[in-house]
Design a protein around this ligand. Structure first.
Ligand code: GAR
Length: 215
């Protein structure tokens, strides 16, 4: 009788998450990953600064952490190399920047280009940079949201994996608007990263497709 063809058993997708602040997006991923059916293991959390709640969340979850401050390196290139090396040591299949407030550089992209995603609190290509919610509010848009994209050398310019929209209310300030965005952003991040992990994904030019290519 011929052997039945089968794939070798596959473990959860290994994820490194990089943070700079409160880490609520990281927490959403950690919570989702507690269920084996989600298909993801957060193998390490890295940061560009010590003492942040994002790192504390990782420690409480028993996930190893590392910190590289730009100020501790002679130049930006050596910081970027150290960041790439520390991530690579955990052999991730996917790297998620979740509120990571630094641009990664050439060494990092050489290692993780095409398998590193970032979440941004605006609907790209509008309002790139560090002030997405504030810029949207100042512009007066009625709808904004969050964008998950594949990291490239630009500022929030990479191919879009997913977007979610939220209304801007008349009495919003930056804080209320950003909190509304973050609620939608966390749901988008958890849903999309889980599907990327379980179903695979392909980046072709500016198009990102999750799952098997349609024939
Ligand atoms: C998120 O809204 C994320 O999109 C934003 O920082 C917040 C982090 O929240 N990132 C940027 O603005 C990057 N340009 P968290 O630390 O609670 O996950």
């Amino acid at each position: 009788m011929p052997a039945t063809p089968s794939s070798p058993p596959r473990g959860p997708t290994r994820l490194v998450v990089l943070v700079s602040g409160s880490g609520t997006n990281l927490q959403a991923l950690l919570d989702a990953a507690a269920d084996p059916a989600y298909g993801v293991q957060v193998v390490a959390v890295g940061a560009d600064r010590p003492g942040i709640e994002g790192l504390a969340r990782a420690e409480r979850a028993g996930v190893p952490t590392f910190v590289h401050r730009v100020a501790d390196f002679p130049d930006r290139g050596s910081w970027d190399e150290a960041l790439a090396a520390s991530c690579a040591a955990y052999e991730p299949e996917l790297v998620v920047l979740a509120g990571f407030m630094k641009l990664v550089g050439p060494a990092f992209l050489e290692e993780f280009g095409g398998r590193c995603v970032n979440t941004h609190p605006a609907l790209s290509p509008s309002f790139p940079g560090m002030r997405g919610p504030a810029d949207a509010l100042e512009y007066g848009v009625k709808v904004t949201g969050a964008t998950l994209f594949v990291v490239d050398p630009g500022v929030d310019t990479g191919a879009i994996v997913a977007q979610t929209a939220v209304p801007v209310e008349d009495d919003d300030d930056v804080e209320t608007l950003h909190e509304r965005i973050k609620t939608a952003e966390r749901a988008m991040l958890v849903d999309t990263v889980g599907r990327m992990a379980r179903e695979g994904f392909a980046v072709v030019g500016r198009k990102v497709r999750i799952g098997r290519p349609v024939a």
